[in-house]
Design a protein. Structure first.
Length: 321
């Protein structure tokens, strides 16, 4: 009997402990739910608050800045150092009347202009409250490449003309309506480069072969040498390896190596002067050979007179506001 009483007492104590554990667990679960609800409320409130601030700031920015007529473009200050007309540059910019200066994407304006092969670089600048400044640097062609192709209308072959600047970038000749400076005789006196790979002739792309780089360097060095006043550089053939075959307007054929043009031009000047002493002129000269330079002379009387040199006009920066 004593054992039964003790057993009954232990059961009552066990039930109290189990009940106490269940109460504490439910209180803790309720506290956790309250904490989760508060955290969710704070998070949602923060998100909606930030969204409201963002939308409000966007509205204020559009209202006070991007749609503010006080920042409308009133002047477009365009300058170029080349022959392009200001009106043509304005059309290429594709600016709209009354466009907001602060909303204007300057990188787009710069990129759109630099897509045209004739343009080397562009800088675009905002000058508040209403002036857009554009500065254009153009590519200046120094040589041309003639490509035979079928005529668009009728039968036969015609020449498509490409131009190349000093860095080797290819461009098409400008339409006379796109020019502010009319064509002069000097534009027709550019040397013709032949023997190139026609597949490389893509406007806006650079021709970077060793032969082409050498030909362009020769044209530049020739232009600043005394020989430029004595003969006309008519054609440069780049098809042969390791040499450039030059034909002058006076009928001479001169072969150059691919480097050290200053020395070769000086040697050409010496040979030219020596031939004149004997009333002769150069028929063929191989300047790629350093020692015992091969020379074939001809009577000076059979050669055409050199054409008068036409000085290109200075490329001053043109401005229009």
């Amino acid at each position: 009997m004593f054992w039964n009483k003790l057993k009954s007492k232990n059961r009552r104590m066990g039930r109290v402990q189990v009940l106490d554990v269940k109460v504490r667990s439910s209180v803790a679960a309720a506290a956790r739910m309250r904490m989760i609800a508060v955290a969710l409320g704070v998070t949602c409130g923060t998100i909606f608050g930030l969204y409201g601030l963002w939308r409000g700031g966007e509205w204020a920015l559009n209202r006070l800045v991007y749609e503010n007529k006080a920042f409308a473009i009133q002047q477009v200050d365009v300058q170029t150092d080349g022959v392009l007309s200001i009106e043509q540059l304005r059309r290429w910019c594709a600016l709209k009347s009354g466009q907001n200066l602060l909303a204007l994407d300057l990188a787009r304006v710069k990129g759109d202009l630099e897509l045209f092969p004739v343009i080397r670089s562009v800088s675009v600048e905002r000058i508040l409250p209403g002036t857009l400044r554009i500065r254009v640097a153009e590519r200046e062609p120094i040589a041309q490449i003639n490509v035979p192709q079928p005529k668009a209308v009728g039968e036969g072959i015609e020449l498509a003309v490409y131009q190349v600047d000093a860095e080797g970038f290819v461009m098409l000749p400008l339409d006379p309506r796109q020019r502010a400076i009319p064509l002069t005789g000097s534009d027709d006196q550019m040397p013709v480069i032949s023997g190139v790979n026609f597949a490389e002739l893509q406007p806006g792309r650079r021709m970077d072969s060793l032969q082409m780089r050498a030909a362009l360097k020769l044209i530049q060095d020739f232009g600043s040498s005394p020989m430029a006043a004595l003969v006309e550089l008519k054609r440069i053939d780049v098809s042969a390896p390791q040499v450039l075959n030059v034909t002058t307007g006076q009928g001479s054929e001169v072969t150059f190596g691919l480097d050290d043009f200053e020395r070769q031009l000086h040697r050409w000047e010496q040979v030219h002067a020596e031939c004149l002493r004997y009333n002769r002129s150069i028929g063929a000269l191989d300047l790629a050979v350093n020692v015992n330079t091969p020379l074939r002379m001809q009577e000076a009387s059979v050669l055409p007179l050199p054409p008068p040199k036409i000085v290109k006009p200075q490329r001053n920066r043109k401005k229009n506001v």
